[in-house]
Design a protein around this ligand. Structure first.
Ligand SMILES: Cc1cc2nc3c(=O)[nH]c(=O)nc-3n(C[C@H](O)[C@H](O)[C@H](O)COP(=O)(O)OP(=O)(O)OC[C@H]3O[C@@H](n4cnc5c(N)ncnc54)[C@H](O)[C@@H]3O)c2cc1C
Length: 472
């Protein structure tokens, strides 16, 4: 097939569950490509020699290579190639912001002058991973000879799982210590079922277990055992404890009943399955009118979850305009289709409550956009005298998270930024404490799955070097 013929193939669109139906269930929204669609979409790839798309992949997946295998109909080979560098392809295929990463560099999108016309690398990655899972066509690679070295990984989010996958493949013994009773980090307790089915996270974890990774749950490091105690038992330690400390608005009324951090709201809904109450014993008060404050993926997840938990109205309250929203375009679109209302250029100044302490309204002030701030986005500027009241009975605050402070507090030799992030050498992931590496949101602040995984790969390679050669 020549370039002209490839460019003439229409971009494939994944079938989706209809909005009116999906707000009443937790099932996933896009169904994924059919095999016929996947082959057509893969044939759109020009197989560029320069592989520009790989520049946008923090874990260096051989993108043209696996797409070629799909175009040939050899789906197991496509998955095996992806798995060489990515331990979580079914996850990345669903939640990575590909439009800002690999797909941004896609030549097809550039030639057609439309980034939405880029080859759907994420959709194809998801297809290959799902094919492997559904057809059990996934082989466990032959283990490397045992090195006799032992690594401890603290936290089982995407950063920790990546380190575990890479190190077990290199012949080390790996034990993952996780504070919660389930693995996956934000993939399990934060991102809702309708965006990332938990069956998929469990499957990826089971694959690591099959390869020999040991998981220890309910293990809060920094309380149960210190990093020094881990160092006495293990040859190297990786900290991937994420950014689970929610930020608040610091406005009057924030302690009212019916105000949640997005973390609590989503953890109750996802990890503790409040959506299945009373069959599952986790209550979650989600009122008739829920306002979610924020404009990122977390806010979209909370606003969409509120509808599925029975809210009649779910409102996003955001202090800038849609152009500055950090959420993925796809998430904003899905939220809109489902009926989430967007109140833009408004900022909460007070939460009002009734005499029993329950939220009854959100007082908002209108904003306008000024000059760009340090984030590069236009700064919201308050319009004096523009305050007004919005009647709501639940408020979910989704304005950001900071790194979990427990381990840095318990281990003062590990240097941190003023805002709490662990300081590492970006080329190796090494912290200021010998034998200890860190990566993911504990270093970056709240970031993305693929950046956490990229950190994990860098750290694993350096940990291997240290354990085998003794290089620090
Ligand atoms: C609701 C929500 C939606 C998101 N949506 C997207 C998205 O669509 N796309 C995207 O790319 N990113 C998204 N993100 C961000 C992404 O999930 C994170 O950047 C990523 O999970 C960070 O990975 P991590 O491994 O560093 O940390 P986490 O995933 O936070 O995992 C850290 C793990 O460490 C455990 N832990 C913490 N402290 C300890 C301790 N002391 N001892 C032992 N274990 C500990 C935690 O319980 C947790 O399991 C979203 C985040 C949230 C909250």
């Amino acid at each position: 097939m020549n370039t002209k013929e490839r460019l003439a193939i229409p971009a494939q669109k994944m079938p989706e569950q209809q909005p009116g139906e999906r707000i009443h269930n937790q099932r996933e929204v896009p169904y994924g490509f059919t095999p016929e669609q996947a082959i057509l979409e893969a044939q759109r790839c020009l197989q560029c020699k320069k592989k520009d798309c790989m520049q946008g992949c923090p874990v260096a997946v051989d993108i043209p290579g696996f797409i070629q295998k799909i175009a040939e109909g050899d789906f197991p080979a496509a998955l095996a190639l992806i798995k060489e560098t990515n331990v979580l392809p079914a996850v990345c295929g669903r939640v990575c912001p590909q439009e800002e990463q690999c797909q941004l560099f896609c030549t097809v999108g550039k030639i057609l002058k439309d980034k939405n016309a880029a080859v759907s690398i994420g959709g194809l990655e998801r297809f290959a991973a799902d094919w492997g899972r559904l057809h059990q066509e996934i082989s466990v690679p032959a283990a490397a000879p045992k090195t006799g070295k032992r690594a401890a990984v603290v936290g089982s989010g995407p950063a920790g799982l990546t380190v575990a996958g890479d190190l077990i493949g290199l012949g080390h013994d790996v034990t993952v210590f996780e504070a919660l009773h389930k693995p996956g980090g934000v993939l399990t307790y934060g991102i809702p079922e309708f965006r990332l089915p938990k069956e998929i996270v469990n499957y990826e974890v089971a694959y690591l277990q099959k390869r020999g990774v040991v998981f220890r749950y309910d293990a809060v490091i920094g309380k149960l055992r210190s990093i020094d105690e881990l160092l006495a038992e293990f040859d190297a330690v990786f900290i991937g404890t994420g950014a689970g400390l929610p930020s608040f608005l610091k406005i009057p009324g924030e302690n009212a009943l019916g105000v949640y951090s997005a973390n609590e709201f989503l953890t109750r809904a996802n990890l503790m399955k409040a959506y299945d109450f009373p069959a599952i014993d986790t209550p979650l008060f989600s009122g008739e009118t829920v306002a979610t404050v924020g404009g990122g993926n977390v806010a979209m997840d909370a606003a969409r979850s509120a509808l599925r938990l029975g809210a009649h109205k779910s409102i996003i309250v955001y202090r800038r305009s849609e152009a500055e929203m950090p959420a993925r375009h796809e998430e904003i679109e899905h939220a809109r289709q489902e009926g989430v209302e967007f109140h833009l250029l408004v900022n909460p100044v007070r939460i009002d409550h009734d005499d029993k302490g329950w939220v009854k309204a959100l007082e908002l002030q209108r904003m306008e956009l000024g000059e760009p701030d340090a984030s590069g986005r236009r700064r919201p500027v308050a319009v004096p005298g523009s305050e007004f009241t919005l009647a709501v009975d639940t408020v979910v605050i989704a304005i950001g998270n900071s790194p979990n402070p427990l381990i840095p507090r318990d281990t003062p030799e590990i240097k941190t930024e003023k805002w709490g992030g662990i300081i590492i050498d970006p080329r190796s992931g090494k912290t200021s404490k010998k034998g200890v590496w860190a990566g993911g949101d504990i270093v970056l602040g709240a970031a993305t799955v693929i950046l956490a995984m990229g950190h994990g790969r860098v750290a694993a390679s350096s940990m291997h070097d240290y354990m085998v050669q003794g290089n620090w």
